[in-house]
Ligand binder design. Structure first.
Ligand SMILES: Nc1nc2c(c(=O)[nH]1)N[C@@H](CN(C=O)c1ccc(C(=O)N[C@@H](CCC(=O)O)C(=O)O)cc1)CN2
Ligand SMILES: [Mg+2]
Length: 293
């Protein structure tokens, strides 16, 4: 069994980006700038946004963080998005999800200029991804593709089972794995809350990607011998022995599943860190106008 080291891969990718930024700076080019909008103080969201800002600092990007209380109005958010759309200094920006219930997340995401949509959540980028046109790919699926590629995992003709159909991970992942480019060329099955006999499907997976946020959902009896298992879940569960009061648990029962796998991602240190690296990669592409010219 080989552990897919997302932390190390993320650092490698960020080092590659940092080297390119240093070159851009040496040539007097524009320094890439990422802005992030955070609403409320959900522990996970605050951590992720802070990590995004820290990553910018580490690799030499400019960054700005716009924070709002969780009772901010949709109108205020939409006005800020308009401002960021028009701000030439900002190459790309994101709105951290989830948003509070009183805000229409789809309306907010649709207000972002697709050219600056470095999360790849705008319908224009989703559509372009589906059509195989240049697009910003959502960071988590893009990170999983990088893991498969950098560990040279064969995907052609394999059966890839994706559990979860979120717009952030499951749906784009399933599309990307079926594309006729590497990593891809897989036969894809999508499972979700209404799937009958989940284990019947997962046992047929050569590549199993789990993104539902249900700790320990995938147990050893559900996994085929030699499978590649990618665990996207990072649920905070109470743990009194930790200073933070919680620990992270993946969707896969790692301790029992790992022995059966050819490759598996740990939680933490698997897919999560790649999400940050690929957001940085998208921001660099935005500053170079690589997607839309
Ligand atoms: N606007 C967005 N919102 C959300 C996204 C996104 O890509 N764009 N994805 C997730 C959250 N997320 C980034 O935003 C994210 C999740 C997990 C990690 C990560 O590094 N996890 C670490 C553990 C970190 C910790 O201590 O909590 C790991 O798995 O090792 C980074 C980013 C939902 N919202
Ligand atoms: Mg889902």
């Amino acid at each position: 069994m080989t552990l897919l080291d997302g932390k190390k891969t993320s650092e490698t990718i960020q080092d590659e980006i940092a080297a390119e930024v240093a070159e851009i700076k040496a040539k007097g080019g524009k320094v890439p700038h990422l802005a992030a909008i955070l609403v409320g103080n959900d522990g996970g969201s605050v951590t992720y946004v802070n990590n995004k800002v820290l990553a910018c600092e580490r690799i030499g990007f400019g960054s700005s963080l716009v924070s709002y209380e969780d009772d901010v109005t949709e109108e205020v958010l939409l006005n800020k998005i308009q401002e960021l759309n028009e701000n030439a200094e900002v190459d790309g920006f994101i709105v951290q999800l989830p948003l509070p219930k009183h805000i229409d997340a789809n309306k907010v995401l649709e207000a972002i200029d697709p050219k600056k949509d470095v999360d790849g959540f705008h319908p224009t980028n989703v559509g372009r991804m589906v059509a195989g046109l240049p697009a910003y790919l959502p960071a988590t699926p893009a990170g999983i593709l990088q893991l498969l590629k950098r560990y040279e995992i064969e995907t052609k003709g394999k059966h890839c089972v994706v559990i979860g159909r979120s717009n952030i991970v499951g749906t784009p992942m399933s599309i990307l794995m079926s594309k006729c480019t590497y990593p891809g060329e897989s036969t894809v099955t999508i499972c979700h809350r209404n799937t009958v006999d989940l284990a019947h499907h997962t046992r047929q997976a050569d590549i199993l990607i789990v993104a539902v946020g249900r700790p320990g959902l995938v147990t050893a009896d559900m996994v085929k011998e030699g499978a590649v298992v990618i665990d996207v879940g990072t649920t905070r569960v109470p743990d009194a022995t930790r200073k933070s009061g919680f620990r992270l648990r993946g969707d896969v029962d790692f301790d029992n599943v790992a022995d059966k796998c050819s490759y598996i991602t740990p939680v933490p240190g698997g897919v999560g860190p790649l999400t940050i690296a690929m957001l940085m990669a998208n921001t660099l592409r935005a500053s170079k106008r690589e997607v839309y010219g």
